[in-house]
Design a protein around this ligand. Structure first.
Ligand code: PDD
Length: 295
């Protein structure tokens, strides 16, 4: 479905507005300092994929920077559902952003601010059949981000620069590596490798966002009898024959080339195919649930 901004609705601080009329104050600290956090959650036919874990992570991100989500969880869920209902996408990605609020620009914020809350909806992107058939490509960059990548901060300049560099090199994603060459995560994705038939990904720490799709993948893999190791790993490890990225917007996507070299045989492998099928099955299960009526 194509939809321009003209028929879209956004929620901003207590009001649903046409997207082109929706705005925040220029002294919003999100705009001035990137002083805020966000979430992206997938909605399939009106049913949200892992809404609870996404809202738990929003709470954690807010708590980490000392912002209080400006409404109760139940009300926030209603607002998120209503945003989906007021927009034309059956399969949507709902964007939720909380900033510290509006104040004259000074690094230290008054502690009396009311946080800004915005919620928008866009069509859930799907990787093209071509991309699924050939696999995605990546580049590696030495990590130059900050040391709190576990917070889902709206300060995404490094991610934007990573994505731009990947694009310049005709690749789909930039993956951050630490000084020793361990692969951490992508600019907007987590990454797994298949090494000796085990599924391997970097452990959760300050260098990695705790992706909801990452944790879903780990759970599904374990349930399917696949051994999972959360440990530092490198691209040149013996026995590595697959890589795959995970995120809300991609589910699971094989990464078949890295820095122009083939990963394994350069084709999507069986682990990525199996895990993608399991994630898509979870999404299809939502699709089979009774439809949610639009208002
Ligand atoms: N990005 N790592 C980073 C740095 C991310 O920005 C994201 C998500 C992920 C994957 O998390 P999840 O599985 O919960 O989507 C990992 C979102 C989709 C974005 O910024 O649009």
């Amino acid at each position: 479905m194509t939809a321009t901004g003209k028929n879209l609705t956004a929620y901003v601080n207590g009001h649903f507005l046409p997207l082109e009329k929706a705005s925040v104050h220029i002294e919003d600290r999100g705009f001035q300092f990137a002083d805020g956090v966000y979430e992206v959650v997938a909605c399939i036919h009106g049913h949200f994929l892992d809404l609870g874990p996404h809202l738990n992570r929003l709470d954690q991100s807010c708590a980490a920077i000392d912002i209080v989500v400006p409404c109760l969880r139940t009300h926030l869920e209603e607002l998120i559902r209503e945003t989906w209902q007021r927009n034309p996408f059956d399969d949507a990605m709902i964007y939720i952003q909380v900033t510290r609020g509006v104040a004259p620009r000074a690094h230290l914020a008054p502690d009396t601010l009311t946080p800004t809350l915005i919620i928008t909806s866009r069509e859930l992107p799907r990787p093209s059949d071509e991309k699924l058939a050939s696999g995605a490509s990546g580049i590696t960059l030495e990590d130059f981000r900050w040391k709190r990548c576990d917070i889902k901060s709206i300060a995404l300049l490094a991610s934007v620069m990573g994505k731009q560099e990947a694009h310049r090199q005709h690749a789909d994603e930039a993956f951050w590596v630490d000084a020793e060459g361990h692969v951490l995560e992508g600019s907007s994705t987590n990454i797994f490798a298949t090494i000796d038939h085990k599924l391997v990904t970097h452990p959760l720490d300050h260098q990695v966002l705790g992706g909801i799709t990452r944790s879903m993948t780990i759970q599904l893999a374990k349930k399917a009898g696949i051994e999972v190791e959360e440990r530092p790993w490198m691209l040149n490890e013996a026995g590595l024959n697959e890589c795959m990225l995970t995120s809300t917007t991609n589910a699971i996507l094989p990464v078949c080339h890295m820095n122009d070299a083939a990963v394994g045989n350069g084709k999507p492998g069986p682990m990525a195919a199996k895990l993608r099928a399991l994630v898509l099955e979870a999404m299809d299960a939502l699709r089979r649930e009774p439809p949610v009526r639009r208002s």
